[in-house]
Design a protein around this ligand. Structure first.
Ligand code: THU
Length: 132
């Protein structure tokens, strides 16, 4: 299993690859999946502002493309010393492949600032079980 320091290095690398010339708000995300692999993503903006995508979205897409559908934990990093926090849409995207107890680590560029669960961030979430 990946250590916290390894995860921080990987999510930092992802954050540094962000393409965020409009907001100047770089974000990295690292999904630790149930297949034992990690999947990184960064935010990618474009001139049509609403069409950019979030770091978490990219990391989840990489995980699904590789064949995994279960998030064991996720690290999210920005330059903010208070730690990155996922937007509402990304909380829902994480929910699709996680549970209320899945750890979500909100990181500054140097450390985990908040160790939360998805349930903390998205209580009483709507998820796939409502559609079965
Ligand atoms: N952003 C993310 O990548 N993840 C989030 O959860 C919050 C916001 C990005 C989107 C946009 O490129 C920039 O941060 C500013 O909103």
């Amino acid at each position: 299993m990946i250590t916290e320091d390894q995860a921080l290095d990987l999510v930092h690398d992802a954050m540094e690859r962000a393409y965020a010339p409009y907001s100047n708000y770089q974000v990295g995300a690292l999904v630790v999946a149930d297949d034992g692999h990690t999947y990184a993503g960064c935010n990618v903006e474009n001139a049509s502002y609403p069409e950019g995508h979030c770091a978490e979205t990219a990391a989840i897409a990489a995980m699904v493309l590789a064949g995994s559908k279960r998030i064991e934990s996720i690290y999210i990093m920005s330059q903010d010393t208070q730690g990155a926090t996922p937007c509402g849409g990304c909380r829902q995207r994480i929910r699709e492949f996680a549970t209320a107890s899945t750890p979500v680590y909100l990181c500054s560029p140097t450390n985990v600032v908040h160790s939360l669960t998805l349930g903390d961030l998205l209580p009483r979430a709507f998820g796939p079980e409502f559609l079965q």
